[in-house]
Structures are given as structure tokens and as C-alpha cells.
Design a protein around this ligand. Structure first.
Ligand code: NDP
Length: 231
């Protein structure tokens, strides 16, 4: 039987819709020894395996010791509306995520799981998709032995805050999803819980030391559902 190595996992965006579910999922798994969740406000979760240091995201390098982990899961992100400008959005979604990825690589993390978005491309005419694509390219350059990039469509799930456009999308998504077939399947709305379950399963799969931790892939709707165990 393959041996397992208990994992130390760092989660960015732990107070968010997806990141919160990733943290909760990881805490339940025996493959995970420790979850580190740098935050700007505590998650509200209390668990012996969880540490949640409050950090200054403008100076992540001051917290470099936190990044000495096996795996990093990045579910960090804002919206252009919340950030207040495209520049501020870029600072968070691109700047903070890339800085964290770099600190992890320098500290010896071997695997990075990045929550991006369907349509992400550095060549996209849509600003949001372009920033996501540029982030993906920049993270690829860091040379993580194992890199998975998630491309979900609209995230479904209960948020504390109200997002008008998203709320509308979520209402019509069950109908729209049924019409999205073939290559359009990737644009289906997906439960944040499903994405989180996929990430947790993927992370825990890395605990088996018999397999070398290598691989680079982009997961879209069908693969995310498969990883989540939904088929
Ligand atoms: P949420 O918006 O629910 O959570 C975002 C997380 O990022 C929170 O932990 C939040 O912390 C943190 N964050 C935001 N701004 C800052 C900041 N300035 N400094 C520090 N931390 C910050 O995320 P979702 O689960 O909705 O999305 C996760 C990722 O998936 C994002 O990158 C998003 O772009 C992407 N995505 C989203 C889709 C959607 O339909 N919403 C679709 C496809 C991809 P705090 O709680 O302190 O604000």
C-alpha cells in the first residue's frame, strides 16, 4: 500500500464562498495535518488543525514563513465593483495571488491549485478574463512541479453579500445549464461546494508519496465534477 505524507496546506481566500468550503473540507480529512489560512479578518472557524494569521496583503513577504507548506490553494479574488477600479482589482486578483505563489515556490511548496475562471486568457478582450489569464501565465512561469488551474463558470451558492448580476445569473442558471451542451458545457454554472470538494480531493490525492507530485492541468466543468465525485 502507498504511504501517505500528512500535508500542510495554505489556503488563500479562506473567508470567501469557495475558500471557506475548501478550508472546512480539508480540516475533515486525515491526509491533512495542518491548514494555514492567512486572512485580513478571522474565518470564524475554530479547529486544532487551523491557524489563521491576520496579515497585511500589501506586504505578504513579511509573512514568508507561512508559505513553508506542501500545497497552496488560491481562492482569493475580488470584483471590479468591490475593488473600486480595474487597477485595484488587478492588485488583488493578480498581485496578491502571484506574490503568494512566488513566496510558496521560494519556500519549497511543490503544488499550487489556482481558482481562475472559464474564459481566462491573456489575449481576452474582457478585462477580468485577461487579468485571470495573465495570472495563470505568470504562475506557470514559477515552475511548480504540480499546478492545477480551475476554470469554473458562474459560482452557485449562498453569499452573505448581495451581488445583483450574480443573483440574477444564479436564478436562471439551472435553465441555462441544461442548454449548455457539448463544448459549451464548460460555461455551466457550478456550485461553489462542488469546486471546493474537487479541490479538497485533489489536494488529498497529493498525500500519497508513491506518486511523484507532478502535473499541469486546467480543469473545466466536467473534470471539476469528476474530481468532486459527482458522476
Ligand atoms: P469570494 O468573493 O467569496 O471571496 C474572496 C476571498 O478573497 C475572500 O476570502 C476575501 O477576503 C479575499 N479578498 C478579496 N479582496 C481581498 C483583499 N483586498 N485583500 C485580501 N483578501 C481579499 O470568492 P469566490 O469564492 O466567489 O471566488 C473565488 C475565486 O473564483 C475568485 O478569484 C473569483 O474571481 C473566481 N471566480 C468566481 C466566479 C463567480 O461566479 N463568483 C466564477 C469563476 C471564478 P475578505 O473576506 O476579507 O473580503
Amino acid at each position: 500500500m502507498a504511504e501517505t505524507q500528512p500535508l500542510r496546506v495554505l489556503v488563500l481566500g479562506a473567508t470567501g464562498l469557495t475558500g471557506g468550503k475548501v478550508v472546512n473540507g480539508l480540516l475533515e480529512r486525515s491526509e491533512v495535518a495542518e491548514v494555514v489560512a492567512p486572512v485580513r479578518r478571522p474565518t470564524g472557524v475554530d479547529h486544532p488543525k487551523l491557524t489563521q494569521p491576520v496579515v497585511d496583503f500589501d506586504d505578504l513577504a513579511a509573512h514568508s514563513e507561512l508559505f513553508d507548506v506542501n500545497v497552496i490553494v488560491c481562492c482569493l479574488g475580488t470584483t471590479i465593483k468591490k475593488a473600486g477600479s480595474q487597477e485595484q482589482f488587478r492588485k488583488v486578483d493578480f498581485g496578491y495571488s502571484l506574490k503568494a505563489a512566488g513566496l510558496g515556490r521560494s519556500a519549497g511548496a511543490r503544488a499550487f491549485i489556482l481558482m481562475s475562471a472559464v474564459g481566462a486568457s491573456a489575449n481576452s478582450k474582457i478585462f477580468y478574463n485577461r487579468v485571470k489569464g495573465e495570472l495563470e501565465d505568470a504562475v506557470r512561469e514559477l515552475g511548480y512541479p504540480y499546478l492545477s488551474i480551475y476554470h469554473p463558470g458562474l459560482l452557485l451558492g449562498q453569499r452573505q453579500e448581495h451581488r445583483t448580476a450574480e443573483a440574477l445569473g444564479i436564478k436562471v442558471m439551472p435553465l441555462v445549464n441544461r442548454a449548455l451542451l457539448g463544448p459549451l458545457v464548460q460555461y455551466r454554472g457550478i456550485e461553489a461546494a462542488t469546486v471546493a470538494r474537487a479541490m479538497v480531493n485533489e489536494v488529498c490525492g497529493l498525500a500519497t508519496t508513491a506518486d511523484p507530485v507532478v502535473g499541469r492541468q486546467v480543469w473545466t466543468y466536467p473534470e471539476i465534477c469528476r474530481l468532486a465525485g459527482d458522476e
